[in-house]
Design a protein around this ligand. Structure first.
Ligand code: APR
Ligand code: PHB
Length: 395
């Protein structure tokens, strides 16, 4: 088998890159370890930056998002009992975010791939990239008991945090930067109307909570929990009671409760590897970096990487600009680090660190909250990062 760009992984990164390249006339084959049903069963965040929305439109997969997605012009921050609306649109000169679940984005991208007729191979096992420093690298994989070889010009490693791409780079090449937080998020999805028309990020001495949504009838709530918490110990009733206890009375009174459709716990972690390129292999999205969910940046940083790699590859194939290939990693990383900084900052600002922060750091956290939520410059700072910083030109 032969292609121009072999894409490993059919999460949002791989599917979006595949769609954009296909529209630009560049051949791709996507190899995915799981079944489509499994990929679509994963519940993840749901806030899209303006740049991500624009890229989905450019890829021609935005029709349902534009119909069903909810444009949000603000978010609420609840700190020390004070309810502060962050006017995203007003503070950023007109920018907004789109609330539309990652699962829906993935579903739209899968359908577009199918409609395009471009190859995508699900349930591909033992996927392995080879000869990454060579002019003609290749990927081997197994499907239905047979081993296959896919020859290509470039490999896009879009296979998430646990994927094979990052691991196939020889030891000593990548530098890893990591921060582990002493808590996780317990998430719950329910078919109940959201408690507020905008998202609420709430700091509380019992711990952080987030009131998010997927639609006008489907809510997504999160609670900060200790790392050793078990999801089985959280009945629906316990979840709702704890959420109410962390919200001001007027908000808690409006909370509509109902049975959980899903509950899960995810630890919070920041990780970046540098560089994001090794020979003809490019790492994209979660394969190269993860963020704690507090800033809603995971999917958006994946889209940002896709934006850069896509524009570079188009220039490589159309204009012979192979010099641009080495710009991918520095370009992508400049924006990744700003997203990492914001996710880390929002996590620091809004969570309860208990004994994990010393008295000085706790005072700094209080001063940050006081400053950022009362100063116009502080509010602009949060707002411009939340809606997403601009992409650099690829030239
Ligand atoms: N071979 C083939 N496919 C693989 C392999 C492998 N060895 N390992 C992982 N995959 C697949 C996974 O099954 C998954 O479908 O790669 C895909 C990676 O998808 P994601 O983890 O969703 O990563 P990405 O596409 O970069 O999307 C980033 O997802 O994790 C969230 O917060 C993150 O929202 C962000 C987004
Ligand atoms: C979500 O809706 O799942 C969500 C929204 C905002 C975040 C994190 C998660 O910051």
């Amino acid at each position: 088998m032969n292609t121009q760009v072999a894409i490993i992984g059919a999460g949002p990164s791989g599917l979006l890159l595949g769609q954009l390249l296909h529209k630009a006339g560049i051949d791709t084959v996507i190899l995915e370890r799981q079944t489509p049903e499994y990929v679509l069963g994963r519940i993840r965040a749901g806030v899209l930056e303006q740049g991500t929305v624009d890229l989905l439109r450019e890829a021609g997969v935005a029709e349902r998002m534009d119909r069903e997605g909810l444009v949000h012009e603000g978010v609420e921050l609840l700190v020390a009992g004070r309810r502060q609306r962050l006017d995203l649109k007003g503070l950023t000169g007109g920018k907004t975010v789109m609330v539309y679940g990652q699962t829906e984005v993935t579903c739209d991208l899968m359908q577009a791939r199918e409609a395009s007729g471009a190859p995508i191979i699900y349930s591909a096992s033992n996927v392995q990239p080879h000869e990454l420093k060579d002019e003609r690298p290749y990927v081997t994989f197994e499907k239905d008991g047979q081993t296959h070889r896919l020859d290509c010009d470039y490999i896009a490693g879009c296979d998430g945090f646990h994927g094979v791409s990052r691991k196939s780079i020889p030891e000593g090449v990548l530098k890893e930067y990591e921060r582990v937080y002493p808590f996780g998020w317990l998430g719950m999805l329910s078919d109940t109307p959201p408690v507020n028309h905008e998202l609420i990020y709430a700091h509380h001495e019992r711990g952080f909570s987030l009131c998010s949504q997927r639609s006008q009838t489907r809510s997504r709530y999160y609670l900060q929990v200790p790392l050793d918490e078990r999801v089985e110990d959280w009945s629906d009733e316990r979840f709702w009671n704890e959420l109410k206890a962390r919200l001001p009375e007027d908000v808690a009174r409006q909370l509509v409760t109902g049975p959980a459709l899903e509950k899960s716990i995810a630890p919070l972690r920041s990780l970046v590897v540098e560089p994001m390129q090794y020979g003809h292999l490019f790492l994209v999205g979660d394969a190269a970096h993860i963020v704690p969910p507090t800033g809603a940046k995971g999917l958006n940083l994946a889209a940002s990487d896709v934006n850069y790699l896509y524009r570079i590859l188009v220039k490589v194939y159309r204009e012979g600009r192979i010099d641009l290939l080495q710009q991918y990693s520095p370009l992508a990383l400049r924006r990744v680090w700003k997203g990492e900084r914001f996710s880390w900052f929002m996590t620091q600002l809004l969570h309860d660190f208990g004994e994990h922060k010393d008295a000085w750091d706790q005072k700094m956290q209080e001063a940050d909250r006081e400053y950022f939520l009362t100063s116009p410059a502080g509010l602009v700072n949060i707002a411009e990062n939340y809606v997403g910083l601009p992409y650099e030109e690829v030239a």
